[in-house]
Design a protein around this ligand. Structure first.
Ligand code: UD1
Length: 382
């Protein structure tokens, strides 16, 4: 950034927070929209400071995404790394508080999604008297066993402005007492990233080396503690998916958390192609060419919906219901017989045809920036 953070009406000074893999696809389009709108000479000019908390730090979980999504190098990296939730959240808070305590504070802090970095920086910004905007506010899985649900609820409870992916999210926020003038249904910045990169996808090496063909493999990702932290549970899910998907193969780029548990498993899965986490352009290539996707991610169900790829979510609830009511997603829990039945159906190609939710059109970053210019932003001293 940003040589002159200030509260002049000609300039808005914004902190953008990103910490973990799914944040990067959400923050990239916002940066792109800020830069292209500043180029038009629009007033007020928006100056931003990109802060990476360091929650994800591996090249494969972070660096590759910055490179491929053309996200500028962060102005600051808090370098917090891994730890228990309390340790990780606490470290982020301590580091971000120190930054806000030095020098001039921003007019607005923008947090995205639902990871620990989102909640930690939201708390700090708010307590420091910085206005707070939550991109992807109003999502609720109603499952308090998910740390992300707690992060969402805490963040939303203190946010001043909400940029939402659906009208239902606005309804939820209204029910929680937020007034209409704070709520902006703008669409989905993750889908902006998807559209911005669809013509740049890269076939990953494993595609050729395993002689994969388009439409003839399943893609799987699993990283939620509820599915992967217990070794027996993980084994039972993998055994079921492996058996039920015969004869086709399953490509499984594995999150480091899952890899750590997977190493303890005894059985092998000959039709399963295990890989490291993929860079964005390679991963979306695999999604686009898959017969179907099996996952416990939330963001991936949005991408499969837009790409029209059948998707099975191994969770009991979703905070993104439009991926089921409009899109190609089915949320089926972890019951083994149910998984079997749905995987059979997926392999047979017997799946609903989905549509694309309103405003998931690649223009969300632009909408956010247009609204941002008109927000009543005034920094108060804490
Ligand atoms: C976090 C988010 C989750 C998101 C996921 C995407 C929270 C509560 N969870 O979960 O919502 O879907 O990111 O990946 O914020 N690790 C590495 N290298 C890294 C990062 C992590 O090896 O760059 C390993 C560490 O062993 C770490 C573990 O992965 O302990 C888990 O990382 P952590 O950031 O705690 O949570 P995720 O499971 O990645």
């Amino acid at each position: 950034m940003t040589q002159n953070p200030g509260n002049s009406t000609d300039v808005i000074f914004v902190d953008l927070i990103a910490g973990a893999r799914p944040n990067f696809m959400k923050i990239g389009p916002i940066i792109r929209a800020i830069e292209s709108s500043n180029q038009t000479g629009a007033v007020p000019n928006i100056q931003y400071r990109l802060i990476h908390t360091g929650q994800h730090y591996d090249q494969k979980m972070s660096g590759d995404f910055f490179d491929q999504l053309n996200i500028p190098k962060p102005h600051l990296n808090l370098g917090v790394g891994s730890g228990t939730h309390a340790i990780q959240t606490g470290r982020i808070m301590k580091e971000y508080e120190a930054i806000l305590s030095e020098g001039k504070k921003p007019d607005l802090c923008i947090v995205v999604g639902d990871v620990n970095s989102t909640m930690a920086c939201a708390l700090v910004a708010k307590k420091k008297g910085v206005k707070l905007a939550h991109v992807e506010g109003g999502l609720r899985s109603r499952n308090m066993e998910m740390p992300e649900e707690i992060n969402r609820m805490v963040t939303d409870s203190i946010s001043d402005f909400f940029f939402t992916t659906s009208r239902e999210a606005n309804d939820i926020l209204r029910q929680e007492g937020h007034s209409d003038h704070k709520l902006f249904f703008v669409g989905n910045t993750m889908i902006d990233s998807l559209y911005q990169h669809l013509d740049q996808l890269i076939q990953p090496d494993i595609f050729k080396s395993n002689e994969l063909n388009s439409g003839q493999y399943l893609l799987m990702t699993l990283h939620r503690p509820a599915n992967v932290d217990d070794v027996d549970k993980l084994e039972s899910i993998l055994t079921t998916v492996h058996e039920a998907s015969s004869p086709i193969r399953i490509v499984f780029p594995m999150h480091p958390r899952t890899q750590a548990i997977y190493r303890q498993l005894k059985p092998s899965f000959p039709r399963m192609i295990i890989a490291d986490p993929m860079p964005y352009l390679q991963f979306i290539y695999l999604v686009k060419h898959a017969k179907g996707v099996i996952t416990d991610s939330g963001g991936l169900t949005e991408e499969t919906t837009v790409l029209g790829i059948p998707c099975l979510t191994l969770r009991k609830t979703t905070e993104r219901p439009e991926t089921v009511t409009i899109g190609t997603n089915e949320v089926i829990g972890q019951d083994i017989e149910v998984i079997q039945a749905y995987v059979h159906q997926m392999v047979k190609g017997d799946w609903k045809k989905g549509g694309i939710p309103d405003k998931w059109d690649g223009k969300t970053g632009k909408r956010i920036i247009e609204i941002l210019r008109s927000l009543p932003l005034k920094t108060t001293e804490s």
